[in-house]
Design a protein around this ligand. Structure first.
Ligand code: G1P
Length: 289
C-alpha cells in the first residue's frame, strides 16, 4: 500500500456558533490555550505522514494562509529583541518537507462540495480529510491510527466515536458489523433523528478516502440542510467497496460548539507546561468560591 501523503482541510465554514468572534476571522483560528485549532489538525496530519496539505478556504480565511507562511516582520522583531524561543515557535510550525496549497471554495455548499474542490490537487491518490473543529487528543494521533488500519486493509477508513443517542442529529451515523476484528460499515446516514438512527456511532471529522469519492460527489443531489453531503457520497461508495469505521483511542473535543470548546480549553490548559499548575489551582479556587 502506498503511504498517503495528501490531507484536505475544509476550512470554509461560516462558524456561526462562535459569532461574533468568527465575524472576520475563521473558526479554525480560535486558539486552545495558545495554538489555533488548525495547527493541532495540521500537526496530526504531519505526524501521520502527510506532506501535502490542501486547505479549502472561503472568505475571511487569509489568516490561515498567513499562519503557515513566513512572518518576516515578526521574525525580524523577535530576533532583534533576542526572543529566540518565541522565534523557534513560529518558525517551526511546519517541517521543511511539507507544502501547503490553498483552494477557494466559491460558495459554502457543504462538506461534500468542499472535498470536491480538492479534486485537481489530489488527483488519483487516496487522501485524508481532517475537520479541524473536531480536536482529538490521542497518542498516536487519530489519523496515524487510521493510517495504520489503511496500511493493513487498503479500505476507506472513517474515524468514529460512540456518541450520546440524543445527538445523532449532529453526526454522520454508521451501522457496522465486526469481521476479522474490524468494524465494517453496513450503512451510513447523515444526521438522522434519534428515532431513525441505525446506531450511536458517529463519524468525527477524520476520513481516509479513495479518489473515486470525487466521481460520486460530482453529480450528487443536495442532501439534508440543502447541502452537498460527504456522507451521501460515502453511502454510494459503500455500494462499490468496503469501508471500515475505526473507534480510535483518544479523547475528542467538539470545538464546533461552545461547551466542547471550553472543555478542550480546560483539558489542554491543565496540562500546559507554562500555566497548567497555576490553572489547576485557579479552577480549584473558583470551585470553592
Ligand atoms: C460534518 C459531517 C458529519 C460528521 C461531522 C463531524 O458535519 O457532515 O457527517 O459527523 O462533520 O464533526 P458538521 O459538523 O460539519 O455539520
Amino acid at each position: 500500500m502506498q503511504p498517503i501523503r495528501k490531507c484536505v482541510f475544509p476550512v470554509a465554514g461560516l462558524g456561526t456558533s462562535f459569532l461574533p468572534a468568527t465575524k472576520a476571522s475563521p473558526k479554525e483560528m480560535l486558539p486552545i490555550v495558545d495554538k489555533p485549532l488548525i495547527q493541532y489538525a495540521v500537526e496530526e496530519a504531519v505526524e501521520a505522514g502527510c506532506t501535502e496539505l490542501i486547505f479549502i478556504t472561503g472568505r475571511n480565511k487569509r489568516s490561515i494562509e498567513d499562519h503557515f507562511d513566513k512572518a518576516y516582520e515578526l521574525e525580524t522583531e523577535l530576533a532583534y529583541r533576542n526572543k529566540l524561543k518565541l522565534l523557534d515557535l513560529i518558525q517551526d510550525i511546519l517541517p521543511k518537507n511539507v507544502t501547503c496549497l490553498y483552494i477557494r471554495q466559491p460558495q459554502a455548499l457543504g462538506l461534500g462540495h468542499a472535498v470536491l474542490c480538492a479534486r485537481a490537487a489530489v488527483g488519483n491518490d487516496p487522501f485524508a480529510v481532517i475537520l479541524a473543529d473536531d480536536l482529538i487528543d490521542a497518542q498516536p494521533g487519530a489519523l496515524a491510527q487510521m493510517m495504520a488500519v489503511y496500511q493493513q486493509t487498503g479500505h476507506a477508513i472513517l474515524g468514529v466515536e460512540t456518541i450520546d443517542y440524543r445527538d445523532t442529529g449532529s453526526y454522520g451515523i454508521v451501522e457496522t458489523e465486526t469481521r476479522e476484528g474490524w468494524e465494517y460499515i453496513r450503512s451510513i446516514v447523515e444526521k438522522p433523528h434519534p428515532d431513525d438512527a441505525p446506531s450511536d456511532m458517529g463519524v468525527v471529522g477524520r476520513y481516509i478516502l479513495p479518489a473515486r469519492i470525487f466521481d460520486l460527489l460530482t453529480d450528487l443531489p443536495r442532501g439534508i440542510s440543502g447541502e452537498i453531503q460527504l456522507t451521501d457520497a460515502l453511502s454510494r461508495l459503500l455500494r462499490e467497496q468496503s469501508m471500515i469505521a475505526l473507534p480510535f483511542q483518544g479523547s475528542r473535543y467538539d470545538c464546533g460548539s461552545k461547551l466542547g470548546y471550553l472543555k478542550a480549553t480546560v483539558a489542554y490548559g491543565l496540562r500546559h507546561p507554562e500555566v497548567g499548575e497555576k490553572f489547576a489551582l485557579l479552577l480549584e479556587k473558583m470551585r470553592v468560591e
